[in-house]
Design a protein around this ligand. Structure first.
Ligand code: 6MZ
Length: 347
């Protein structure tokens, strides 16, 4: 069993900016999916990395492939997306940017367009249920699929950005960092930026991506996912740190994911401290809350206990995260007012 999460972190209003849809599927939702597809013989240890366990990053990517087998129809996507949104709301998340890679499944007839359409439908159904959470969507480009698919995905993201009245706000570059080269996708990313999509790019998640990160930082992105090996102390480069700080690009940091995926050796060695001590914008996120068996409130508590930060420090991290969202100026203002209303009078 994981340790209990303090009520303070559970109740604190939070912003989640780095959550992959199919990595966020909880145990109870997996059970519903396996009941729909018993012939696949999928057990829970194939879809989640629980307490005390670690895997290589490569093994983590095998886990996503198993989940993708379970989630291969529009009906599945609708259920999964609604469950994930409800579970973030239950954990005190007031603003969520969900991201997912549109997938086509020849066997079931699901297309990349119907995939995105279904996620949008899930977001609007949750809105109609009156859940206390604002949700926006980032369309993900899986680096493994290459340039053609990336261009197609950007077009899809642009179409939905225009037709959904601001629900689709950006593009994410993700996928196995050891496969493909981000430099090959630059024209697609640039096109996305030019048409008004915000960019959140996974960057330097594994060592020896210095050249790729140099290229991606020239765009520059609006946020960075992980950025584990950017700084020189871990084999990155000062030039990368300079570009990140000069453009004041916020980093999305996911402690449990990095420790369980073994790109970071321990919580106390996490690069959170490097950037936090610099006073650089950072936002605490879950990455894949289902796969890594975590919650956003737990991640906040872990940061506080690992680095000796006070509840007030943690409140301030959660409050500042509003400024790093891709929300409209008016929604940001609304969220700031919400945080002030919900702020405890004494820490
Ligand atoms: C890079 C990751 C990731 O898109 O099917 N994904 N990409 N690094 C990570 N760190 C562990 N975690 C998840 O969600 C699953 C997909 O998200 C990306 C991978 O492309 C994975 O297949 P969706 O909703």
């Amino acid at each position: 069993m994981e340790n209990e999460v303090d009520l303070f972190y559970r109740q604190m209003p939070k912003v989640e900016l780095h959550a992959h849809l199919n990595g966020s599927v909880s145990f109870s939702t997996i059970e519903k999916l396996t009941a729909r597809k018993p012939h696949l013989n999928i057990e829970h240890n194939m879809t989640a990395i629980c307490s005390g366990q670690r895997r290589t990053l490569d093994e983590c990517f095998q886990v996503f492939k198993v989940i993708h087998q379970l989630v291969d129809t529009e009906e599945d996507i609708l259920m999964v997306a609604k469950d994930v949104i409800r579970q973030f709301a239950d954990d005190g998340v007031k603003y969520l940017e969900l991201r997912s890679t549109p997938r086509e499944e020849k066997n079931t007839g699901m297309t990349r367009r119907s995939y995105v359409q279904t996620v949008i439908e899930a977001i609007s159904q949750c809105g109609n249920e009156g859940l206390d959470i604002e949700v926006r969507f980032l369309v993900s480009v899986d680096r493994r699929h290459g340039f053609e698919v990336a261009m197609e995905t950007v077009k899809l993201a642009e179409d939905f950005m225009l037709s959904t009245d601001g629900l689709v706000v950006g593009l994410d570059l993700s996928g196995d960092p050891t496969v493909g080269h981000g430099g090959d996708l630059l024209p697609a990313l640039q096109k996305a930026k030019n048409c008004g999509l915000k960019l959140s790019l996974h960057m330097s998640e594994v060592p020896s991506q210095v050249d790729e990160s140099e290229l991606l930082l020239n765009i520059p992105p609006d946020r960075i996912g992980h950025g584990t090996f950017l700084h020189p102390e871990v084999g990155g480069a000062q030039s990368l740190v300079d570009k990140v700080t000069m453009n004041n690009i916020p980093l999305e940091l996911c402690l449990t994911s990095n420790v369980k995926g073994q790109t970071v050796s321990s919580y106390s060695n996490h690069h959170f401290l490097y950037w936090y001590n610099k006073g650089h914008p950072v936002v605490i996120c879950t990455d894949d809350r289902g796969v890594f068996c975590t919650e956003l409130s737990r991640e906040y508590q872990l940061v506080a206990s690992t680095f000796g930060l006070s509840q007030e420090d943690m409140w301030s991290l959660s409050h500042k995260a509003i400024d790093y969202t891709f929300a409209s100026a008016s929604l940001k203002e609304q969220l700031h007012r919400r945080w002030l209303e919900l702020r405890p009078s004494l820490f």
